[in-house]
Design a protein around this ligand. Structure first.
Ligand code: AR6
Length: 170
């Protein structure tokens, strides 16, 4: 099942929320800032112990004051025109998160629009990649079966709806 939700990812009732972090994993603005504020200072301590994360990969922590089981911190690419492997790196964020969630037997996961804020990825292209990765995961076996695309921005939510209505039977 795929859903599109408009609102704050820290308020969702899911097993895993994904954070659009940076390679240092020491917090930042946007959704990263919101997650660190909601989780409390223990999250920063847990992230420090991870020692960073390369672009396109994922690292997991507990969620502290956020009532979910896990936070997956992934690092999307900065958009630099599209010829520097941005699409592969963004796809890899989604696929690594889904693979880890499957391995950890998490039933539901919520993604923000990774790279679509400060990292300037064109939302229309990012949404196509996100939907394709999720669709390909759902064609296989295993958890998670419930995926939420959590948007803070109505325009991005509309892009998800359009992409899902055209390409995915929900
Ligand atoms: N819930 C859901 N989505 C949100 C929330 C929220 N609470 N807050 C913002 N968004 P961004 P990036 C949306 O900039 O582009 C940080 O400083 C936002 O509207 O958070 O991957 C990190 O530390 C946008 O659509 O992430 C990195 O340095 C989407 O989340 C850098 O920003 C992603 O925007 C990562 O940049």
């Amino acid at each position: 099942m795929i859903e599109v939700h408009l609102g704050d990812i820290t308020r969702l009732n899911v097993d895993v929320i994904v954070n659009a972090a940076n390679t240092r994993l020491l917090g930042g603005g946007g959704v990263d800032g919101a997650i660190h504020r909601a989780a409390g200072p223990k999250l920063l301590r847990a992230c420090r112990d991870l020692g960073g994360c390369p672009v396109g990969e994922v690292r997991a922590t507990g969620a502290f004051s956020i009532p979910v089981k896990r936070i997956y911190h992934t690092v999307g690419p900065v958009w630099r025109g599209g010829r520097l492997g941005e699409s592969e790196l963004l796809a890899s964020c989604y696929s690594h998160c889904l693979t880890l969630a499957r391995r950890e037997n998490m039933r539901s996961i919520a993604f923000p629009a990774i790279s679509c804020g400060i990292y300037d990825y064109p939302p229309r292209l990012a949404v196509e990649i996100a939907v394709r990765q999720v669709q390909s995961h759902l064609e296989g076996e295993g958890e998670p079966r419930s995926i939420v695309f959590c948007c803070f921005d109505r325009k991005i939510a509309e892009l998800y709806h359009a992409q899902l209505d055209t390409h995915v039977r929900r």
